[in-house]
Ligand binder design. Structure first.
Ligand code: S3P
Length: 165
């Protein structure tokens, strides 16, 4: 059975929902950022600092294409995965991709001050990135996670992706 891929901006709930969904399905949960960290042998802030964002994006392309070979996984992608056309093409070919969304206020509440997210310096920069990426996020069907429990969202996803046991 083909895997589920969750995309969407930082802080929209990809990891929390992905983990819960994978549990319900008895599938493997994959956090693409964690795959990159283990491949690179460095943390995300270290990669950004030592090698820059482009190098991180190259790791991300490799990690996504490796995971796309697997089945029965729920893959939480990093918020910038759609910036690269290679990743957009790959994901547009997948059957089960959902883009999680939340308002800028909610995103900021959830993630400001997180030292593991080097691209989140201030709210203005965050909103700029969110706006720039909007056209890419809109390529995929969306799910608004604001004000909803993970359990409730998982139920909706199982239904929408036709995965209910
Ligand atoms: C990024 C999002 C992060 C991580 C990296 C860059 C982005 O993942 O990949 O810090 O460009 O939006 P999360 O969306 O899981 O926080």
């Amino acid at each position: 059975m083909s895997s589920v891929f969750l995309v969407g901006f930082m802080g929209t709930g990809k990891s929390a929902l992905g983990r819960d969904l994978a549990n319900r399905l008895g599938w493997r949960f994959v956090d693409l950022d964690e795959e990159i960290v283990s491949q690179a042998g460095r943390s995300i802030p270290e990669i950004f600092e030592a090698e820059g964002e482009d190098a991180f994006r190259e790791f991300e392309i490799q990690a996504l294409s490796a995971q796309a070979q697997q089945e029965q996984q729920v893959v939480a992608c990093g918020g910038g995965v759609l910036l690269r056309s290679e990743n957009r093409s790959l994901l547009l070919k997948q059957e089960k991709v959902l883009c999680l969304v939340a308002s800028a206020d909610e995103i900021w509440r959830r993630i400001s001050g997180d030292p593991n997210r080097p691209l989140l310096k201030d709210r203005e920069a965050m909103e700029r990135r969110l706006k720039e990426r909007q056209p890419f996020y809109e390529l995929f069907p969306s799910l608004d996670t604001e004000g909803r429990s993970v359990a409730d969202l998982s139920e909706e996803l199982l239904h929408r992706l036709d995965l209910r046991p």
